[in-house]
Design a protein around this ligand. Structure first.
Ligand code: FES
Ligand SMILES: [Fe+2]
Length: 378
C-alpha cells in the first residue's frame, strides 16, 4: 500500500459537522468531520492519550471529543482540552494527532495520506468532467467492498479481455478476440480505446435490450486510469450517441480488503425511472467480478511482472503495475509485515505534512516504509 497519494475517504454527504465518521484506509483508522467553515477534516483516529477511537466519540462544536476521557481535538489535530486537568493547564504541543489534507471533488472527500508539502503533492486528476453537466448526463452513485487486494481489484477494471468471460450481459464468449490499440501513457496513468465484439441482443434485458435490439458488431470502450487518486473511467459507446461512463475510485482498506466508490453517468434514458435497471446491471457485474477476483492467487499482486504470464491484452494492467512499482520505489510503500508485527505494541500512523516541519513533537510513531529502490520489477 502506497502513501503520499490521494484516496477517497467517503462521499461528501457522509462527512458531517455533528457526528464524527470513522474510516479505515491503508490499514490505519481515521476520523472525518467538518469544521466551522464546513471544510472536511481528517485526523488520525487514535487518541494520543490512551488509544481510544475518536470516531466513536462525539462532536463539541468543531472539536472531536474522545469517548474515553473526553480530551478534545481541533481540526488541525491539536488537543484543546484535557477535562481531568482543568481548562487552566497549558497543553503541550506534543498532545496532538496527525491531520491530513482534504479536498472535495466529484461529490467525494479525498484525503492526502502522506507528508509531502503542498507544492509536491500530485493533483487529483480531472477524469470526470461530465460530473458538472447534469443536463447532458444523468448520474447514479454506487459503492461496494471487495475482499481482495487493491491492486488485484483495480486491475480487474482495467482488463478488457475478462468481460467476454465473466459478464453475462456484456460478454461475448463466442468472439473473444480484442482489437488492440496502443496505449497513450502519462507519468501516472494511461488511456486506451478498444473495440470489443458486441454481445448478442438477447444478452441484454429491459430498456437496454429495446435500445440495442439490432445486431451490432462492436462496442467501443475508452478506458483511462490514474494512480494519482487511484481512480479510473470506463466509457463504452454502445452505438452512435449512446454512451455511459463509470468513474470509480478505489481505496485500500487493508491488505486484503478494498472499497470502491463510483458514479455511473449516462447520456440516454436520462429519467430517474430507469435508474433501478442500471443499478441492477452494476450490481450483477460486481457480483460476477468478485466471484473471480476474490479468489485470485496469490491474493496480492506479485512483486514482479514476470511472476505471471502477461500478454499484450494485459497492457493496461501492466501499465498500472509499473506505476505502482515506480511509486513504491520512491520509498512510499508501507512495509506491511513489519507494520503488522510492530503494531501489536506500538501505535503507528501515516505521517502527515506537519511532521516534516516538526518531526519530534509527536506521541505516535509513523508506519515503517520499504526503502527507496532502483531495482527492476519487470
Ligand atoms: S484515550 Fe482519549 S481521552 Fe483518554
Ligand atoms: Fe468486470
Amino acid at each position: 500500500m502506497l502513501i503520499n497519494n490521494w484516496y477517497v475517504a467517503a462521499a461528501a454527504s457522509e462527512v458531517r459537522r455533528d457526528k464524527p465518521l470513522k474510516v479505515r484506509m491503508l490499514a490505519c483508522d481515521f476520523v472525518l468531520f467538518r469544521d466551522d467553515k464546513d471544510k472536511a477534516v481528517c485526523l488520525s483516529d487514535v487518541c494520543c492519550h490512551r488509544g481510544a477511537s475518536l470516531g466513536r466519540g462525539e462532536m463539541n462544536g468543531c472539536n472531536v471529543v474522545c469517548p474515553y476521557h473526553g480530551w478534545e481535538f481541533a481540526g488541525d489535530g491539536r488537543c484543546t482540552l484535557i477535562p481531568a486537568m482543568g481548562s487552566e493547564v497549558t497543553i503541550p504541543k506534543r498532545v496532538r494527532v496527525d491531520a491530513y489534507p482534504t479536498q472535495e471533488k466529484y461529490g467525494w472527500v479525498w484525503v492526502f495520506l502522506g507528508d509531502l508539502p503542498e507544492s509536491q503533492r500530485p493533483r487529483i486528476p480531472d477524469l470526470f468532467p461530465e460530473y458538472d453537466d447534469p443536463v447532458g448526463w444523468h448520474r447514479i452513485p454506487y459503492g461496494f467492498e471487495a475482499k481482495t487486494n487493491w491492486m488485484r481489484f483495480e486491475e480487474n477494471s482495467l482488463d478488457t479481455a475478462h468481460t467476454q468471460f465473466v459478464h453475462r450481459q456484456f460478454g461475448a464468449k463466442r468472439t473473444p478476440k480484442l482489437e488492440n490499440f496502443p496505449l497513450e501513457e502519462s507519468e501516472w496513468g494511461a488511456r486506451v480505446t478498444r473495440r470489443k465484439p458486441a454481445p448478442k441482443p438477447d444478452q441484454k434485458s429491459g430498456e437496454m435490450a429495446k435500445m440495442l435490439s439490432e445486431e451490432r458488431l462492436n462496442t467501443s470502450v475508452a478506458l483511462e486510469f490514474s494512480l494519482v487518486g487511484l481512480c479510473h473511467r470506463i466509457q463504452p459507446t454502445f452505438k452512435e450517441g449512446m454512451t455511459q461512463i463509470n468513474f470509480t475510485a478505489r481505496t485500500p482498506v487493508d491488505r486484503k480488503l478494498s472499497r470502491a466508490i463510483g458514479w455511473q453517468a449516462r447520456n440516454y434514458l436520462k429519467e430517474p425511472q430507469f435508474d433501478a435497471e442500471r443499478m441492477a446491471g452494476i450490481q450483477l457485474a460486481v457480483v460476477e467480478d468478485l466471484s473471480v477476483v476474490e479468489d485470485l492467487k496469490p491474493p496480492i499482486t506479485p512483486a514482479k511482472l514476470s511472476d505471471e504470464f502477461l500478454t499484450e491484452t494485459d497492457s493496461m494492467e501492466m501499465a498500472f503495475r509499473k506505476r505502482c512499482f515506480k511509486w513504491a520505489a520512491q520509498g512510499y510503500e508501507i512495509d506491511l509485515d513489519e507494520y503488522e508485527r510492530r503494531s501489536q505494541t506500538e501505535m503507528l500512523v501515516i505521517p502527515s505534512p506537519a511532521r516534516r516541519e516538526d518531526p519530534k513533537n509527536w506521541v505516535h510513531k509513523t508506519v515503517p516504509l520499504k526503502p527507496a529502490s532502483k531495482e527492476s520489477r519487470d
